[in-house]
Ligand binder design. Structure first.
Ligand code: FMN
Length: 314
């Protein structure tokens, strides 16, 4: 439906790099993990509330930072804010939003976390982080997987042409600019997770950018266990890339992630139904998660563990 609503170039913009191998793996990998149904537990509902960024949030299903919501329509950024609020979720706001941080903060809004790219100048990032803090954002951080610009097929995404080295000293310095919880997004190995945590990250976002950067990458759900083993309780892990269903979310949370960010489905929801479309996507995935928790005999997210998962040997 979203495809019919969007112009061809806009739809194409939401694509993936090179052969699309990473994108396909992201959405298909969940088949390899099965859920163990349990019946003798007496629960008829489950609690999806979590605490993150010092907030109590009713769902671990959040909105990913997407820099190009404005391509969907001039009102889309504002609709994403109100749709996320209606779904009682949390919104990651990309540095590439057209709306200013102050304007977003003036709207009725959900808890918001600001995301910058290390490709920007240090001073600019530090300034925006301070602005976000003053405007009442609940967290800030940086996406670091832009060592090479994103691609759609073989084409470099316009406006993202600069590559940059990632040094954990830069992250260490930036982290000191704010007292808010600080995330680093784009981590795909235990080694990088440890370096980011050493540099002061409170939250690690395991992500392959929805398959827009590296082709033939592993999927985040394959990386969660090694990252958690490496960093232990020193930081919280959240993740994204390819999550479409509540059962997908359940599998990542069972492996130890605390929340999941949803990217393209939010774009599709906004294209089809504006603010209500955004809220419908978040609510549907949350409801699927809640249902699946009951089916597996898990009353609340703190009780969820790897015990509900089995690897599909088929
Ligand atoms: C069109 C588009 C724009 C994006 N813009 C950003 C961005 O500005 N900052 C960022 O950290 N990630 C960005 N991402 C990556 C998302 O935050 C997220 O990692 C990814 O979309 C998750 O995969 P999914 O779309 O399969 O859910 C973008 C992704 C897409 C598809």
């Amino acid at each position: 439906m979203a495809r019919e609503k969007l112009q061809r170039e806009v739809w194409d913009h939401f694509g993936y790099a090179e052969t699309g191998s990473t994108y396909r793996r992201n959405v298909e990998i969940f088949r390899k993990f099965l859920l163990k149904q349990r019946l003798f537990h007496g629960y008829t509902t489950a609690d999806t509330t979590i605490e993150l960024f010092n907030q109590k949030i009713q769902t671990p299903v959040f909105v990913a930072p997407i820099g190009s919501f404005h391509l969907v329509g001039p009102q889309t950024e504002v609709q994403v804010v109100s749709g996320t609020l209606d779904a009682k979720s949390l919104l990651f706001v990309s540095q590439f939003y057209n709306s200013s941080l102050e304007d977003l903060a003036k709207l009725p809004h959900p808890p918001m976390v600001w995301q910058g790219y290390l490709t920007s100048s240090y001073d600019d990032l530090a300034k925006k982080m301070r602005l976000a803090e003053r405007a009442g954002f609940v967290g800030v951080g940086v996406t670091i997987d832009g060592t090479q610009p994103g691609k759609i097929g073989d084409r470099i995404i316009p406006g993202r042409g600069r590559s940059n080295p990632v040094m954990n000293d830069d992250i260490r310095k930036l982290r000191m600019e704010t007292s808010l919880p600080f995330f680093v997004k784009g981590i795909m190995t235990a080694e990088d997770a440890s370096l980011a945590v050493d540099a002061g990250a409170d939250i690690i976002v395991i992500s392959n950018h929805g398959g827009r950067i590296a082709d033939y990458s592993r999927s985040p759900i394959e990386v969660i266990p090694e990252v958690i083993k490496a960093i232990g309780n020193r930081a919280v892990v959240i993740t994204d890339s390819g999550f479409r269903r509540g059962t997908d979310v359940m599998k990542a949370l069972a492996l130890g992630a605390k929340a999941v960010l949803i990217g393209r489905p939010i774009v599709w929801g906004a294209a089809v139904g504006g603010s209500e479309g955004v809220s419908a996507i978040l609510t549907k995935i949350t409801e699927e998660l809640r249902r699946s928790m009951v089916i597996c005999g898990v009353p609340s997210l703190d009780k969820l563990s790897e015990k509900v998962l089995i690897r599909d040997a088929a």
